[in-house]
Design a protein around this ligand. Structure first.
Ligand code: HEC
Ligand code: HEC
Ligand code: HEC
Ligand code: HEC
Length: 156
């Protein structure tokens, strides 16, 4: 337990160091290309829904890239977007909190309009990670590392 706390503290220190580096780039941070209109979330339609036999879905380890596409059914109950679990719990089924992870379920006071949040500005895993396009950027981040941090952590 103590060991895992220490590990997670060092992970945040690593994030903190990244933030320091990001601050240097404050002047060049743009607004990003994903400008939101749909309830503050980025406008980027998910790929097409493809159905597979339920029994085979259960055995798939990586839902982000199954036969070259995200495996919709692993996360959703149907094409409308309904999730099989609360969004953070869904991700944690396969990604228990580990070092390097940013806190979630914390509230962002003035949520930027072009990132998706939970009700009340709560930060979810998919606030930072594009759940439908994990391969587009390093670690599936919605924006380049520094630009992402600066969305919420502004210099005063
Ligand atoms: C790793 C899990 C995961 C996979 C795989 C996945 N989704 Fe999603 N999807 C999510 C999450 C998380 C949200 C955000 C839901 C929310 O904000 O309540 C979402 C949102 C959606 C929405 C709502 C509109 C939007 O874009 O926010 C639709 C529609 C959708 N997904 C369709 C799909 C389809 C079609 C596939 C397969 C091609 C797919 N999803 C694959 C996790 C996933
Ligand atoms: C069914 C299990 C499962 C679920 C559910 C799941 N993932 Fe993953 N995820 C994986 C596997 C397997 C990999 C690839 C192996 C690894 O790096 O752990 C992966 C990789 C990733 C990566 C690393 C990508 C990279 O380029 O290194 C991120 C980020 C990620 N997932 C985020 C999420 C988010 C956010 C959610 C919830 C919306 C989620 N995952 C839901 C299994 C899952
Ligand atoms: C505030 C933004 C942010 C949030 C929220 C966030 N992450 Fe990340 N995540 C990152 C960044 C940045 C990295 C890359 C860290 C690095 O490269 O050192 C990362 C890395 C990852 C990786 C790859 C880890 C590895 O060791 O390669 C996974 C998996 C992941 N996150 C899953 C999650 C899950 C699951 C959640 C929700 C419980 C989550 N993230 C919430 C920003 C975030
Ligand atoms: C979506 C908004 C958002 C993004 C993007 C974001 N953060 Fe945060 N960050 C927060 C909030 C909110 C907190 C919690 C602040 C608090 O509780 O006082 C936080 C807390 C932190 C902490 C302190 C963690 C702790 O437990 O004390 C660090 C370090 C941090 N962020 C670094 C980063 C880095 C590095 C990035 C870029 C990879 C990043 N953040 C991206 C909103 C964000």
């Amino acid at each position: 337990m103590a060991a895992s706390r220490a590990q997670s503290a060092s992970g945040l220190a690593r994030l903190g160091a990244g933030l320091g580096a990001a601050a240097v780039l404050v002047a060049s941070a743009g607004c990003g290309a994903l400008l939101g209109a749909r309830g503050g979330a980025p406008v980027k339609p998910p790929p097409a829904w493809v159905s597979y036999p339920e029994a085979s879905v259960e055995t798939v380890a990586n839902p982000h890239n199954y036969l070259g596409a995200p495996l919709c059914q692993r996360c959703h109950t149907g094409p409308g977007g309904g999730l099989r679990a609360e969004p953070v719990a869904l991700c944690k089924e396969c990604h228990p909190q580990r070092h390097g992870n940013h806190p979630v379920e914390v509230v962002q006071p003035h949520p930027p309009a072009d990132l998706p949040f939970g009700p009340g500005g709560r930060i979810l895993c998919h606030t930072c990670h594009d759940e439908h396009d994990l391969l587009a950027r390093k670690k599936g981040l919605r924006l380049p590392f520094n630009d992402l941090c600066l969305k919420c952590h502004q210099q005063h």
